[in-house]
Design a protein around this ligand. Structure first.
Ligand code: SF4
Ligand code: MG
Length: 322
């Protein structure tokens, strides 16, 4: 089957003061296959959110190629993107900030249904919209009475259900969820992760699921991509990557989980130091300043992603094997 989304060497560079640049996303290539959940993990500031926004063309790419359902959207105008927008949606972390506090839930959810035409190019009638709103409440497990209420009347978990309903309104195929459970209590997190899983099964959705919590990623993702300073350092089947990490950074991330949900076969390596500034990233392998396995070569040559077999890619001169 054809991938739903293909990114080839995409870059997102921000120009800062004094001629400095920040490479938020640097040469990222990946595919998102229909029906899969691609987890995107890494410490905060590694470029996960920017990459997520690039993948949905919510921001312009500095360079690279992006295909959605076979359409080249790398440099597509907003007008060209408009008919594709219903099929690619985003769910954000901060459920409150993304809901207008002075509007009722019903109005918030009706908005995309009014703006976009239906699959036949027709405007939706009031009755169609009302029926769809009820359907959406049912899908995300909220009572229909919620439609008449305001965002502040809900808990964080309920508000995230509302955000998910809004993302679902136009029947998308792809959802990029950016840390959708990170701001929630642990008990509520599990419910929302389960909701994502249920919806995926019921509606045949595909997700890119951004998280820094490996337990969450392990629960929901079929594949995982690990990011460090704007680049993907390891990518593969979730079980393979989390049980036998090949990149020292992945191994360190796993070892840093306070109560390991994942038994690690590789020797425990702890992350030392902070993430270097993306404005002046280290030479060679960007992880060399923190890597327990670094050798002289690592400071000079930047490793590129290569296959380790087992459907896994790793960017390291000295990957952990076995
Ligand atoms: Fe560590 Fe070198 Fe591999 Fe980078 S290339 S992760 S510094 S061993
Ligand atoms: Mg982020």
């Amino acid at each position: 089957t054809e991938p739903l989304l293909v990114a080839r060497s995409i870059r997102k560079t921000y120009r800062l003061n004094r001629g400095q640049t920040l490479q938020a996303v640097d040469d990222v290539s990946l595919e998102v296959r229909p029906g899969e959940v691609l987890g995107l993990v890494g410490e905060s500031g590694c470029g996960k959110s920017t990459l997520g926004r690039c993948l949905l063309r919510l921001t312009d790419l500095t360079s690279g190629e992006l295909l959605f359902e076979g359409h080249d959207i790398s440099r597509a105008s907003e007008r060209t993107l408009r008919p594709l927008r219903p099929r690619m949606q985003m769910v954000f972390q901060d459920s409150y900030a993304s809901l207008n506090p002075v509007r009722r839930i019903g109005d918030l959810l009706a908005e995309p249904l009014k703006i976009h035409r239906d699959v036949h190019g027709q405007r939706r009638t009031r009755a169609t919209i009302a029926a769809r709103l009820e359907e959406l409440m049912d899908l995300v497990g909220l009572p229909v009475s919620a439609l008449a209420r305001y965002p502040h009347e809900f808990s964080g978990g309920q508000r995230q259900r509302i955000n998910i309903a809004r993302a679902l309104a136009l029947s998308p195929r792809l959802i990029v969820a950016d840390e959708p459970v990170s701001a929630l209590d642990v008990s509520v997190q599990a419910q929302i992760v389960n909701l994502f899983t249920d919806l995926k099964e019921r509606l045949g959705l595909t997700y890119v699921f951004i998280a820094h919590d490996l337990a969450v990623v392990r629960q929901i993702s079929t594949r995982v991509a690990v990011m460090y300073l704007g680049t993907i350092v390891e990518m593969g089947e979730t079980d393979t990557v989390l049980h036998t990490p090949a990149h020292p950074y992945t191994a360190a991330l796993i070892a840093a989980v306070p109560e390991p949900v994942i038994r690690l076969h590789a020797s425990r390596t702890l992350l030392r130091g902070d993430v270097p500034s993306p404005i002046a990233p280290p030479s060679g392998c960007r992880f060399h300043t923190r890597c327990p396995k670094a050798e002289a070569r690592c400071a000079q040559d930047a490793p590129t992603l290569r296959s380790l077999g087992d459907e896994r890619l790793v960017a390291c001169h000295f990957p952990i094997v076995g």
